[in-house]
Design a protein around this ligand. Structure first.
Ligand code: PRX
Length: 635
């Protein structure tokens, strides 16, 4: 099988060159040899970044679930597809084989059909990390319904916005969820959201925590009785390569969340190929990605990429701190995990708790370690390498985005020599460019700039649901004929990339992408608030934390401020979710603004980061006097 499994650096360079010299020939070969198609494409790629319009494997027909499940039945029917590790370690883990997964997905798909879901309909999935989450995602794909998974930590308001934006007909949820020692009333959140979602006709409810919930007659149905009655077989719908597979929301620097639309054929080919190579997955391996399926990492590297390769993939319901900080390592030992993929935030949090949590466990099964979601600092990288990988497991620092669908810049385990804090080299087929502020590409090495991609790759998002213009404006307008990532990066002397962070108003907190505007909008709804500005500041564990500058309509102090701080975080929790809460809230007499009324976030960022040595020229501000006041009262 040609170049499907890259084993050393020379081979990487050779395949890389081939993939960029003749992308269509390269991807055609991959698609042809390793996937099941119902009809062949008539054109591998057509693209125009000025529209933007991107099509891969045009004319081809397939169903991604046949690639994830059915085609493995001949050789891997009794192999475990999914290991479900529950929140409570006392509860037994579940091992779902490929044969069982096939049945469960078919049954679920038949339930969807019986409730009137058809090809092209949008289904919102708001579930904790239980098997029903992966199964419902695949059931939607089975019948051509477009899934829109909303992370189950989002609030009812955030959920409602996403349900309405995609015009979902159905919501799939559970009675509640476990999160460490806590339970969360998911169905209650859904009920609240649905008060403003008239398009939702059906709610399917999985039973997880056996809590008392209210069920609305004619709308809400317990899932299990429906599954029990459903047929064990469901023919897979024929999909065009460019038919939407799913919508997944990500924060923008302004406005409402962006529903990134991913399509079928290209997404499948790219996520499967990256998974196999970057993690060097082998047939008998057990792979664990600790992300939630509510994020792109879970879509591509818990569900689709691994299952397309016939892998065994772990779904973990709980949190790294429950019942104590050794939980991750207990799971590694228990299931003999070979590839372990997590976020820098988790690594930093665990490092802080001390190595004694690891010492009790046998981690010798580990072969490859991965990180994703935010830049990893040198200290965390070495802690991971020394204590988890024992210096023998390469760390793949994978840079990518919800929009890119799959990993873009990353070492290939064992092939690419790693370098702490560097995502290293572009993956096969990926053509990065660093741009300067005047719009010129910066060539050569030892340079830094804004990271763009200059050629399409198969798993890129094709549009923003319902707003193609915004897709164009956000990603294809900053630099002509290039996809702009929103990140800054540097390229070292050998061509390795290091991602330096966002250059727009998106802030990555604990690996979660948060836009400043929606948080500010939430705060400004508080009746006492005149205006606000949010910036990020460095945080030991979260990477970045949020610092809010808030101007009140009337000044107040002391206890009143403390109460207001609580109320502001309460509003944020209600409107967005607890992940967007502010670590620091400073009440200010005003916000520094340019003469055109734009808030000077650069200054606020420096003050929040305790770096006031060089604030630049503030005399051109509309209100330079507030700067000193903000510095004097900084938290
Ligand atoms: O800033 C980059 C950061 O996360 C952003 C994408 O966030 P999201 O769409 O939520 O997807 C996260 C999971 C793929 C990027 O624009 N980011 C992601 N991975 C890395 C990273 N920053 C540095 N190093 C990484 N490995």
């Amino acid at each position: 099988m040609s170049n499907y499994h890259i084993k050393h650096l020379e081979e990487y360079y050779q395949v890389y060159r081939k993939s960029v010299r003749n992308p269509e020939v390269f991807w055609e070969e991959m698609a042809e040899e390793h996937f099941m198609w119902r009809k062949r494409w008539h054109n591998v790629l057509s693209w125009d970044f000025s529209k933007p319009e991107i099509k891969w494997f045009e004319g081809a027909q397939l169903n991604i679930t046949e690639n994830c499940i059915d085609r493995h039945l001949a050789t891997r029917a009794d192999k475990t597809a999914i290991i479900f590790e529950p929140n409570n370690p006392e509860e037994e883990a579940q091992h779902i084989t490929y044969r069982q997964l096939h049945e469960k997905v078919c049954q679920f798909a038949n339930v969807l059909k019986s409730k009137g879901i058809e090809k092209g309909d949008r289904v919102c999935i708001y579930l904790p990390m239980i098997p029903e989450l992966a199964i419902s995602v695949l059931a939607c794909a089975r019948i051509g319904a477009i899934h829109s998974v909303v992370f189950a930590g989002f609030s009812s308001t955030a959920l409602a916005t996403r349900i309405n934006d995609a015009d979902c007909k159905m919501v799939i949820t559970s009675d509640g969820s476990y999160r460490g020692a806590k339970t969360i009333d998911l169905k209650g959140i859904v009920d609240e959201a649905l008060e403003s979602c008239s398009g939702v006709k059906t709610v399917l409810v999985a039973q997880r925590i056996h809590s008392e919930i209210s069920m609305k007659e004619g709308r809400d149905y317990w899932l299990q009785p429906l599954l029990d009655e459903a047929d064990l077989d469901c023919p897979a719908e024929t999909m065009n390569s460019e038919d939407p597979l799913f919508i997944l929301y990500t924060s923008g620097s302004t406005g409402k969340p962006k529903g990134m639309v991913h399509t079928t054929g290209g997404y499948m080919v790219y996520t499967a190929y990256t998974f196999k190579n970057i993690f060097q997955y082998r047939e008998q391996d057990v792979y664990w990605c600790t992300a939630d399926i509510g994020w792109i990492t879970g879509h591509s590297y818990i569900v689709y990429g691994p299952l397309c390769n016939g892998a065994t993939t772990i779904m973990f319901e709980g949190v790294p701190s429950y019942p104590d900080f050794s939980r991750f390592w207990a799971i590694v030992e228990k299931h003999k995990v070979n590839q372990f993929y997590t976020a820098p935030t988790a690594i930093r949090a665990l490092a802080k708790e001390g190595v004694h949590h690891l010492e009790k466990y046998d981690l010798s099964s580990l072969k490859v370690l991965g990180t994703v979601g935010e830049p990893i600092n040198e200290e965390a990288w070495h802690w991971y390498d020394d204590n988890v990988g024992k210096k023998k497991s390469p760390i793949v620092d994978t840079w990518w985005q919800t929009e890119t669908g799959g990993i873009m810049i990353s070492p290939i385990a064992f092939a690419t020599p790693t370098k702490p804090t560097y995502a290293t080299l572009p993956f096969i087929g990926i053509q990065p460019a660093l741009m300067d502020e005047s719009g010129q590409e910066i060539k050569g090495n030892q340079v830094d700039g804004r990271l763009c991609i200059k050629f399409p790759w198969p798993s890129m998002a094709r549009t923003i649901w319902g707003d193609h213009q915004r897709y164009k404006d956000t990603y294809f307008s900053a630099y002509e004929n290039k996809y702009f990532t929103g990140d800054g990066a540097l390229r070292d002397e050998v061509g390795y990339y290091r991602i330096t962070g966002r250059v727009d108003d998106v802030i990555i907190v604990s690996g979660h992408n948060l836009g400043t505007a929606p948080i500010e909008d939430a705060i400004n709804e508080h009746p006492a608030v005149a205006e606000s500005a949010i910036v990020g500041f460095p945080h030991d564990i979260k990477g970045n934390a949020l610092y809010g500058y808030v101007t009140l309509k009337e000044t107040g102090e002391g206890r009143m401020h403390d109460n207001l701080r609580k109320e502001i975080n309460q509003i944020i929790t209600e409107q967005i979710g607890p992940i967007a809460k502010l670590d620091k809230i400073q009440f200010t007499s005003g916000l520094p603004k340019t003469r055109s009324g734009k808030i000077m976030r650069r200054i606020l960022r420096k003050i929040a980061g305790k770096d006031t040595s060089n604030l630049g020229d503030t005399s051109t501000l509309l209100n330079p006097e507030v700067v000193q006041d903000i510095i004097d009262n900084a938290l």
